[in-house]
Design a protein around this ligand. Structure first.
Ligand SMILES: *Cc1c(COP(=O)(O)O)cnc(C)c1O
Length: 458
């Protein structure tokens, strides 16, 4: 029998996260007055222990036992050799993936949800608010809050709320309260509904609602939680890549190419940042974040200062952005719809350490089907973007006759996203080329803000 999986024991779980801020220069987040925001300005939104992590430049940060205890429900996650996919593609490439679908909510997201719930609880917070798009983040935070006895309120993008009732059922099963966004409960929500009562909603709008709900709560014991984009989220996800490195080492492998899908950047960063660290230190490794052609943040949008949310409540972040007023095309079924990209991922793109790729949604579902019928796992629509790139690279390796080692992150399973597979299987999915006018529109939205410096750390 061939060995498919490389597993670690619980004792071998990493005890520290890797912080990329130790190794790159960053433009600071800016407040409404155009000056860098200080930690105290973020205090109404996040607990101070997480703010300290957000700005820390320590390279290694200890993972508290209270977090490891909960992560050990499903971690360490397996590293799996995709023999069946390799065979189907008749490629000389050796393909490995980290499988993050083994967590209770079915994705990588609880790696940070658990950490965030833990630090909020330690700080004396009683309730967390958040947004969710497809519903994975909302269910991850609902799960994490249930582990630590916190209340949880989730603003779910309207179109997903209507199309994905089972994600809402998961959140409620873990004890969270989930409502459709925009809602009439917040000023931000009411303003959008007044202008456009039939809006499908967007992540940017839902973030505005969740932030507003946290900072206007009079008890002072509510904070907001974000599932991607921010530095501390990327930090918590690095357990993926640190495990992968140990696992690859056990079998004497090192990747030539590291691949992950990127919406806000967190699962990608989780796998890739420990390898970006090697690359910064001279190692030869190609690192590809992958996005949909329908929301081309990394491959076509400007690197600019922009808000993380539609109402403009958040500080200005230096990132690739389609503009905070972006509403994704409703026919896009692949997730990864956020208008911005993690500032750390954006900075590494500017530095040339990462080389972003984009795929049309038909190619992503083709790859998803091929993997379901070979590897067996039905991938999340987001993961399908990574799969499309993996298939592409494996075919290139075949053409070039090279034994490339490809490592990618299988960020989650798609068992709650089967409606999108139905659409693909019944021929209802179309590719959507993002119009050039919309990039110009984004540039106009961003024109009035300060420009980030093009910093080079490497
Ligand atoms: C949320 C999600 C993503 C996209 O978010 P990132 O922060 O870019 O990782 C990708 N895959 C799955 C399965 C998700 O749930």
């Amino acid at each position: 029998m061939k060995k498919r999986k490389v597993v670690l024991t619980e004792d071998e779980m990493p005890r520290q996260w890797y912080n990329i801020l130790a190794d790159i220069k960053m433009n600071p987040p800016l407040g409404p007055d155009g000056n860098p925001v200080g930690p105290e300005q973020l205090a109404p939104v996040f607990p101070m222990n997480l703010i300290e992590q957000e700005v820390s430049t320590e390279r290694w940060i200890d993972i508290p036992d209270g977090i490891l205890d909960v992560l050990s429900i499903w971690r360490p996650a397996p590293l799996i050799r995709a023999y069946s996919l390799e065979k189907a593609l008749d490629t000389p490439a050796r393909i490995y993936y980290k499988y993050e679908g083994v967590s209770p909510p079915g994705s990588h997201k609880p790696n940070t949800a658990v950490a965030q719930a833990y630090y909020n609880k330690e700080f004396g917070i009683k309730k967390l608010t958040t947004e969710t798009g497809a519903g994975q983040w909302g269910s991850a935070l609902a799960f994490a809050c249930s582990q630590y006895g916190l209340e949880c309120k989730v603003y779910m993008v309207r179109i997903s709320f209507d199309q994905k009732p089972y994600r809402k059922s998961m959140m409620q099963t873990w004890g969270a309260n989930c409502i459709a966004s925009p809602s009439s409960e917040t000023k931000a929500g009411r303003a959008i509904l007044e202008k456009d009562p039939d809006t499908p909603g967007s992540l940017g709008i839902a973030i505005s609602e969740a932030v507003e709900a946290a900072v206007t709560d009079e008890s002072g014991q509510t904070r907001y939680s974000l599932g991607s984009v921010l530095n501390h989220v990327m930090l918590h996800q690095t357990i993926i890549g640190l495990e992968a490195k140990k696992q690859m080492e056990k079998i004497g492998e090192y990747p030539d190419i590291v691949i992950g899908c990127a919406g806000g950047g967190s699962n990608f960063a989780g796998l890739a940042f420990p390898y970006a660290y090697d690359k910064i230190n001279g190692k030869d490794v190609a690192i590809y974040p992958v996005e949909p052609e329908a929301c081309p943040t990394m491959t076509r949008a400007p690197f600019a200062y922009d808000h993380g949310d539609t109402a403009g409540y958040t500080p200005l972040l230096p990132m690739h952005s389609l503009g905070h007023t972006f509403v994704p095309p409703p026919l896009h079924a692949g997730g990864l719809r956020y208008h911005g990209m993690a500032p750390t991922v954006s900075q590494l793109i500017v530095e040339g350490i990462l080389e972003p790729k984009a795929f049309g949604q038909i190619a992503t579902y083709e790859a998803g089907l091929l993997c379901a019928r070979t590897e067996g796992v039905i991938a999340a629509p987001e993961t399908n973007h990574a799969l499309a790139c993996v298939v592409d690279e494996a075919k290139k390796a075949k053409e070039e006759g090279k034994e490339k080692v490809i490592l990618f992150n299988w960020s989650g399973h798609g068992l709650i996203d089967l409606a999108a597979y139905d659409k693909y299987l019944s021929g209802q999915l179309e590719d959507f080329a993002f119009p050039a006018e919309d990039i110009e529109e984004a540039e106009k939205v961003l024109e009035s803000y300060p420009k980030p410096e093009i910093l080079k750390s490497v």
